[in-house]
Write a new protein. Structure first.
Length: 105
């Protein structure tokens, strides 16, 4: 699981950004955290998951790229709308992987 350097982070989480990212890196539980990710199933532009769900065995072999961190489900929807709006404005909606991961993706 990787957090993109260009990830959007909810304002309420900004103060704890480094601590949250470190806990994600160490795969520790974080209650109420929701993640906006690049699509795991190639069926969408972005997907929303509860962070603790991503820690389950079901997702262990997936290459998960987190592009947004939110404090709850409603906040995740707001962040996702903001990301989509910015992707459309930058004419990058079909190139979300490149937008968040750079050319090496």
């Amino acid at each position: 699981m990787v957090v993109s350097e260009n990830a959007y982070i909810s304002e309420i989480l900004q103060r704890k950004k480094n601590k949250i990212i470190e806990r994600i890196r160490r795969q520790k539980n974080i209650p109420f955290l929701y993640c906006v990710t690049l699509p795991l199933w190639k069926s969408a532009v972005l997907e929303i998951y509860e962070y603790n769900e991503l820690l389950s065995d079901f997702y262990q072999n997936q290459e998960i790229v987190i592009v947004g961190l939110a404090a709850g489900k409603d906040d995740a929807l707001v962040i996702t709308k903001r990301i989509v709006k910015d992707l459309v404005c930058a004419d990058q909606i079909t190139e979300a992987v490149h937008y968040f991961c750079g050319e090496e993706a």
